[in-house]
Design a protein around this ligand. Structure first.
Ligand SMILES: [Zn+2]
Length: 158
């Protein structure tokens, strides 16, 4: 299967490619002084939803990148469910977003950086849909550096 921009970077895997799109979203968040986390949803090799963290702009603590991307994807699919879809997100989803992926019946979740404090993986119970396949650690360093540098710069200003 071939994806856009493959000629220039023939070694890039589809997961790497789509994570770089989620990273673009994370950088949009950074430009808006939001915690830089980005997400996209794909279906059949196409991006059908994008989003980044908007908790400050919307003054809504639930406005995580995944929530934006999942809702946009469901709108573009014209249905409630996201079967056959993959959620790419730069940070391991929190319990709320993993729970949302259950309701949307997302087929696969691919995340970048692990979040040992707030990621859903800290729970011993599987809260994603039983059919959801999970892959972590894709472009992990780039994804975690963005967030680390964001908090470092915030601390510098205090
Ligand atoms: Zn979340």
């Amino acid at each position: 299967m071939r994806y856009i921009n493959f000629e220039s970077e023939p070694e890039i895997s589809p997961d790497d490619f789509f994570m770089s799109e989620a990273l673009k979203e994370a950088r949009y968040a950074l430009e808006e002084d939001e915690i830089p986390i980005g997400a996209i949803v794909t279906h059949g090799g196409k991006i059908i939803g994008r989003g980044h963290n908007l908790t400050e702009r919307l003054n809504d603590v639930s406005a995580h990148a995944e929530m934006q991307a999942l809702t946009a994807a469901a709108n573009s699919m014209g249905g409630k469910y996201l079967q056959g879809c993959t959620l790419y997100v730069t940070m391991e989803p929190c319990v709320m977003c993993a729970g949302a992926s259950y309701w949307f019946q997302v087929s696969r979740i691919v995340f970048g950086a692990y979040d040992v404090k707030l990621g859903f993986g800290r729970l011993n119970q599987k809260i994603t849909h039983p059919k959801t396949v999970i892959t972590g650690g894709i472009r992990e360093n780039e994804c975690s550096e963005l967030v680390k540098n964001f908090f470092k710069s915030k601390r510098g200003k205090l």
